[in-house]
Structures are given as C-alpha cells and as structure tokens.
Design a protein around this ligand. Structure first.
Ligand code: 5RP
Length: 236
C-alpha cells in the first residue's frame, strides 16, 4: 500500500468506527455498501459480539448481505421492518449542505430506499469526498435505468445537458447489471448548482429507476482525515 492510500484506509475505518457508536441495543440498522461502509459493518459485528447487542441489519446490496453474514449480524427486511433507526453508508461526493452523489458501487437504488426508511442517515467517508459543489472534477451522477429504456434515457439526458455513458463491467464484458437487474448510466453534468432540480428532471424520465443524487437526506457525516475524524451535522 502506498502512503496515500494507507492514510485514506485508516481515515475511512476511523470514520466508520465513529459512526457505529450511534448504534444502540434493539436498533434496526441499514447496512450501507462500498469499502467505507464495509468497515462499519465489520465494526457493528464486533460490537454485537462484544456487547451482546440485539440489532437487526437491513442490507443495501448483495455485498452488504454477504458482509452481514460474515460478521454474524442478524438480518431483517423492509417487509418486516419498514422503519429503521439508523443507516450508515458511504458516499462518492459530499457538498456543504450534505447533499450527496452515491452509486459508484452500483447500489444506489437500494441505498436510497433504505436511507429514506431510516430516522437518521449517517455518512462515512474520507475527506477526499468533500467538495464545494456536486459534480466537481467531472464526477458523474450514477443513474439506474430499466434495460429496455437505456437508449431513450441516454438521449433525454443529453437533451438536458448531461453526457451519459453506459457503465461496463470489469472482469465481465458488457454492461454492469445491478442487484435489481437493471443498467447503470454515469452521466456527467459538470458542476451541479441545483441538485434538487436535476434530481427532479432525471426522476421524471420514464425508465429511470433511481438516481445517485441524495438531496437533503444525510443528517450527519463522519469525515476521516489524516489527523482525525471530523463530524459534520445538519438540521433537517
Ligand atoms: C455504492 C455507494 C458507496 O457508498 C460509494 O460508492 C462509496 O464507496 P467507497 O466507500 O468504497 O468509496 O454509493 O453504491
């Protein structure tokens, strides 16, 4: 590991450990996806074992399900628990108002459903994820789309000023297929000045299942830095 990625991994883990302090006995917890959320799932598993906590997890992806099983966290589903006490998840970009871009791991739809069912959404990330405005550095917005609608949605995205590309697999030829059997488009809109407006435009396109824009959803962010963990809270 090079020195840069070494501090980033430590920062991600430290942020995840801070977030897991919010988990209390009896909680139903949304288990996020991605490499930072994975540290949180691991830490929840450690607390369950050490403190004999009775908690139930709702996985946001196949990855989160596998990790929950590995770390012996009991699982429930939204059909049984439609209200969650807390979700801990990662993010790809975080702006000053704690609006987010998520979905570089392709789990955005389940992540958004689980987050919306939660009383509190706590985000864990390293400080490289903090931006002045979403879309900085040409970061794309992941968009989950029904397969038969892909070419129409791509055309409509271009019409509203985006540059969409089809997400393709690594170690698998052709498109990435989500846990829901859909396609992911990564659409570059440049700097996103009005995330809520863009979100509404995208959501109104038939065939769009969900977008990676999480507007006014996060309550708290733990940002891992080289020097410690910063806590950023916002009133909703
Ligand atoms: C997956 C996500 C992840 O939470 C996001 O991509 C951050 O992942 P990582 O912590 O590995 O950087 O939204 O769909």
């Amino acid at each position: 590991m090079n020195p840069k990625s070494d501090w980033i991994e430590k920062a991600k883990k430290a942020a995840a450990c801070e977030a897991v302090k919010h988990v209390k006995n009896g909680f139903v917890v949304g288990l996020g996806s991605g490499s930072t959320a994975a540290y949180a799932v691991e830490e929840i598993g450690k607390r369950v074992k050490r403190e004999k906590l009775h908690i139930l997890g709702v996985p946001t992806s196949y990855q989160a399900l596998m990790l929950a099983i590995k770390h012996r966290i009991s699982i429930t589903m939204l059909e049984i628990h439609s209200t969650l006490d807390l979700t801990i998840d990662g993010a790809d970009q975080i702006d000053k108002k704690l609006n987010l871009i998520k979905g570089m791991g392709g789990a955005l739809t389940r992540e958004k459903i689980v987050a919306a069912a939660s009383t509190k959404l706590v985000i864990v990330a390293d400080e490289t994820k903090k931006v002045k405005a979403l879309g900085e550095d040409n970061h794309p917005v992941p968009i989950e789309v029904l397969p038969m609608a892909v070419s129409v949605v791509m055309r409509k995205i271009r019409e509203i000023g985006g540059k969409p590309t089809l997400r393709e697999g690594i170690k698998k030829v052709g498109p990435v297929i989500t846990d829901n059997g859909n396609i992911i488009l990564d659409a570059n809109f440049g700097l996103i000045r009005k995330p809520a407006e863009l979100e509404n435009k995208l959501r109104s396109l038939p065939g769009v299942v969900e977008t990676g824009l999480f507007v006014k959803m996060a309550n708290l962010v733990y940002l891992g830095k080289n020097t410690g963990v910063e806590k950023i809270a916002i009133e909703r």
